[in-house]
Write a protein that binds this ligand. Structure first.
Ligand code: F6R
Length: 369
């Protein structure tokens, strides 16, 4: 069943180009327009939406954090992303014009289910992004957009995450198309960029041997930190979560700008710090800031592991280890930048003798609140 792979997790990491391609399939026409006919919320209702709220847990929550950037950028609608387990306890402000997006691989996560029930009680429309046909969350939602990751067996989520991101980008573009904030050429451009992602993920997967070697060399460490900015911040959180759950290490993700407000005190000689560098093209301010963050931590003795776009010369002098990913627009970068972090965590966990498909204390779907 593992198809020659040592674990389901490795198999599922390798399956990501196919999973991403399948999640895009049939949702874009030759003209570059989006068709989400399966989303059974009338376009007229979607045009009325004045706020988007995303609820999810764990890895799906990280996808939701990234979606917030895409939705606000492409639709100009305010969007918040909240942990499903916190959502209803703060009595959130919702009405008929709120679109709640519930993201869940299993479709059975109780925290997410309770959040969506609460949202519907307040009159909000709920769209589920889900990987499991006929599961509870899509059944109880107004509409569903399925991810086509295929069955995910390993407890740690990998291919489901990438497909959740794709589904979120599609929802963001669709809302943009309906609202007229994004049209024709621009949508076509993003769609073309999305269509290139399976090939780019494939290329990342082909260059993972140095990442595996690096992971093995860090097996005796106790702590690894992850830093990112903008959409790189949720990627940092996701890299840290994978390492916690698989390698049972202390791993934390920070927004790079927060470093100086406290976490930099953790940096000591030899501490591995993974930094997600945004594309140096486009928003260069973001990139410049990350470069100075890398310099700061390196000056304090950190061992810097930098995930950067191919050809990014500016980070080279400060990267003890450089992991390159293909050039993508900033908003889409998580689709390629997360992959090395999955491989890193999987290899590090294996080097520590852990069972990667079944990490201790965890279950694949969490059906209690
Ligand atoms: C981490 C992981 C979990 C899930 C979370 C939500 O690798 O798998 O954090 O993402 O429990 O699960 P779903 O998506 O099934 O609602």
């Amino acid at each position: 069943e593992k198809g020659g792979y040592a674990s389901f997790m490795l198999k599922e990491i390798a399956d990501q180009p196919r999973a991403v391609a399948d999640t895009l399939l049939g949702r874009i026409d030759g003209e570059g327009s989006l068709h989400l006919d399966e989303v059974r919320i009338p376009d007229a209702d979607l045009r009325e939406v004045d706020k988007v709220v995303i609820v999810a847990c764990g890895t799906a929550f990280h996808a939701g954090m990234i979606a917030k950037y895409a939705i606000e950028h492409w639709t100009r609608l305010p969007c918040e992303t909240e942990l499903a387990s916190e959502f209803r306890y703060r009595d959130p402000i919702l009405d008929q014009r709120t679109l709640v997006v519930a993201i869940s691989q299993s479709g059975e996560t109780m925290d997410t289910l309770m959040a969506l029930r609460h949202a519907r009680e307040q009159g909000a429309k709920v769209l589920a992004i889900c990987n499991t046909n006929g599961s509870t969350i899509p059944r109880e939602s107004d509409a569903v957009l399925y991810t086509h990751a295929g069955p995910e067996v390993a407890v740690a989520s990998t291919k489901a995450f990438l497909t959740q991101l794709v589904a979120c980008y599609l929802v963001a573009l669709y809302l943009g198309q309906l609202r007229g904030t994004k049209w024709g050429d621009e949508i076509r451009t993003v769609v073309r960029q999305l269509s290139a992602v399976p090939g780019e993920v494939e290329r990342v997967l082909e260059t993972m041997e140095p990442v595996r070697e690096l992971a093995r060399s860090l097996a005796h460490h106790d702590t690894v930190l992850f830093l990112g900015r903008h959409v790189g911040y949720p990627v940092a959180l996701e890299g840290a979560l994978k390492l916690k759950e698989l390698a049972y290490m202390h791993a934390e993700g920070f927004a790079a700008g927060e470093l100086k407000h406290g976490p930099i005190a953790l940096v000591e000689k030899g501490l591995p710090v993974v930094v997600i560098a945004p594309s140096p093209r486009g928003r260069s301010v973001l990139h410049d800031k990350i470069v100075s963050n890398i310099q700061e931590i390196r000056a304090r003795g950190a061992r810097t592991i930098v995930v950067a776009e191919e050809g990014d010369q500016a980070v080279v002098p400060y990267a003890d280890h450089l992991i390159t990913v293909p050039a993508t627009p900033t908003l889409l970068q998580p689709l390629v930048a997360t992959v090395p972090l999955q491989v890193f965590a999987c290899e590090l966990a294996t080097a520590r003798g852990n069972e990667v498909d079944q990490p201790r204390n965890l279950a694949k779907s969490v059906t209690v609140e």
